[in-house]
Design a protein around this ligand. Structure first.
Ligand SMILES: Nc1ncnc2c1ncn2[C@@H]1O[C@H](COP(=O)(O)OP(=O)(O)OP(=O)(O)O)[C@@H](O)[C@H]1O
Ligand SMILES: [Mg+2]
Length: 329
């Protein structure tokens, strides 16, 4: 018995000269959500498709629900659900017909498939549109239908490839709630996303991937503390106060302050956002420095990548610079 519901060791996948995955490792404990976070082309979809038995790989090994992905694909398939980046729904069928079709495909009888379709349409807020053809659904409705289709038979392991890309905040929250409910029932979820916030909200652990490799792995908090994510920004009223304000930032903040005299602005990373902000406000007031604007800014995924790989996500080629790794406890 393994405690890891999804496990990959040294996975490799090439497309001609492109290494889509390069010594890719993953270990997802049973009953948890694991996020794969990375820029376009990082290899997220490739990893998910390999683990879901849809794509062959060239190197390494992987197991899902205790079964070998390469040697026991049928055993794996019987235990997983998959929602792809590109929705699998049939546009010519209604929402209800789609769900009934998936039910029949997964082995349910006619009545059971109809019952399950009705249940899911209600749960996903699609009852009103149940009999309309899916081709006329909005992006959010289509995503929800696609997700519902992967849950016709509740899977032990669910793969979600960018489940909320293009959704409005309300639909996004609905999807998050559905994922949380599944995990509360014991499912294990592997989720890819380009949104730091989504990974933060849902994932117990996150792998940041770039150019087919894991460049960092850890809990959201561990990753954020590596990234020096939060910055305090202050615009002072009088440029003559900048040197003194800079001294205050240097004393209170976690990293070197950056100063822009033209905009009369100083910013610096903080370890604890609330304590840092209060400390800076008080010190500026004590020093009699008038402030025009003050704010906290969170790191973007871009900045996280810049920090972890020494380059921006859109720049091609091998990672350079220091790569740190948080080792699972
Ligand atoms: N069928 C294919 N033929 C050739 N190259 C491919 C193919 N599929 C993926 N690739 C390449 O493999 C790399 C990884 O692609 P993948 O789709 O896994 O990335 P991703 O992280 O899912 O990106 P995105 O955020 O855009 O969905 C990319 O360089 C991509 O161009
Ligand atoms: Mg993808």
């Amino acid at each position: 018995m393994t405690a890891f519901e999804v496990r990959a060791e040294g996975l490799g996948k090439r497309y001609g000269p492109t290494r889509a995955l390069d010594s890719f490792d993953l270990a997802v404990p049973t009953g948890t959500v694991h996020g794969l976070l990375g820029p376009n082309g990082a290899g997220k979809t490739t990893a998910v498709r390999i683990l879901a038995t849809l794509l062959r790989f060239d190197a390494g090994r992987a197991t899902v629900a205790g079964f070998d992905v390469a040697r026991q694909p049928d055993e794996v398939r019987a235990r997983i659900g998959l929602t792809g980046q590109y929705a699998a729904v049939d546009e010519t069928l209604s929402g209800r017909q789609n769900l009934e079709m998936f039910g029949r495909l997964s082995g349910l009888g006619g009545r059971a498939a109809r019952r399950r379709a009705t249940e899911l349409l209600g749960q996903f807020g699609l009852d009103g549109a149940a009999n309309r053809s899916a081709g006329g659904y909005s992006g959010g409705m289509r995503r929800r239908l696609d997700l519902a289709a992967s849950l016709v038979r509740p899977p032990r392991v669910l793969f979600l490839d960018e489940p909320t890309t293009g959704l409005d905040p309300r639909s996004r929250n609905q999807v998050w709630d559905i994922v949380r409910a599944l995990v509360a029932d014991g499912a294990t979820v592997l989720l890819t996303t380009q949104y730091l916030e989504e990974a933060d909200q849902l994932a117990d652990r996150i792998s940041m991937i770039d150019a087919g490799r894991v460049v960092a792995e850890g809990t959201p908090d561990e990753l954020k503390s590596m990234i020096d994510g939060d910055r305090i920004e202050v615009v002072v009223r009088d440029a003559a106060d900048l040197p003194r304000a800079e001294g205050i930032f240097a004393r209170i903040c976690a990293g070197k302050p950056e100063c822009d005299p033209e905009l009369r602005r100083i910013s610096a990373p903080v370890a604890d956002r609330v304590a840092g902000l209060i400390g800076v406000v008080q010190a500026l007031r004590d020093a009699g420095i008038a402030v025009e604007d003050i704010g906290l800014r969170r790191a973007t995924l871009d900045e996280a990548f810049l920090h972890l790989t020494g380059r921006r996500p859109e720049e091609a080629g091998e990672p350079v610079g220091a790569v740190r790794k948080v080792v699972p406890a």
